[in-house]
Design a protein around this ligand. Sequence first.
Ligand code: LMR
Length: 308
Amino acid sequence: MIAEGAMLGPNQPVILHLLDIEPASEILKGVKMELMDGAFPLLKDVIATTDVIEACRGVDIAIMLGGFPRRKGDGKDLIFKNVGIYKAQASALDQYADPNCKVLVVANPANTNALILKEYAPSIPEENITSLTRLDHNRALSQISENLKVHVGDVRNAIIWGNHSSNLYPDANHATVDIGAGHKPVKELIADDQWLKTEFITNVEQRGQAIVNARRLSSAFSTASAACDHMRDWILGTPKGTWVSMGVYSDGSYGIQPGLIYSFPVTCKKGEWSIVQGLKIDEFSREKMDAVERELIEEKTMAYSCLH
Ligand code: LMR
């Protein structure tokens, strides 16, 4: 998708650096062969390597996919394993990547992995370290579109608050549907208000697990597509009148503890994101936003107890 321009647009040539672990080095060679055989006009080079320094040297964008996935009952152990992975990769990014490298953490637990990465890559500006909740954002748009029988491209401004976990809070209170030249609030269009407070939330929260149950594998294509959406909007800007959800370093907006990587509604311009301010938060949302904040504080405490 990156080689075809889905992430950086149809006019931006790219060099792909692919990192994998030693036991996967043959597979990595095969991936490189396929990329070359794709004869993508935008793909200027492929560096496929098991050497983290070679992988990180000079990169402008880092998409972090490596990690031990979260499974039921995982706690400190999982975070501890990820600290090891992120320490090596973050240190290499810190020393060898472009100083303004933009980072997107995809591997679970993504928000906390991003925090760990930030600890070991102190030279990368904190606003450059983000985590993926665009997948959940897109899932929320898709649920609304299905319920209202409108095209997903006409639904915007849902919000994912907090963590990429089963406690994330998908909020449709400010979402709209484009109708002709104008738009209407989703809350007015959805006859059953209860659906937004119940099924909608659980459908989005549980979607990752539903896909694992059906495919016997984690989501792949929709995650890749969301990662492209995240980077494209961050770098090239969000469309006018549209915000998206990104896990970013909290500055205390909406009363969320500063220093957490928390998913907020953001708009982006010229490679910089800013949190959408001034949205009205009702009591129901406040409780959900605080609950997921507590989960992230817990994860952060666990992660920091494993550092160094
Ligand atoms: C998803 O939301 O699809 C994934 O985070 C699920 C997983 O645990 O890999």
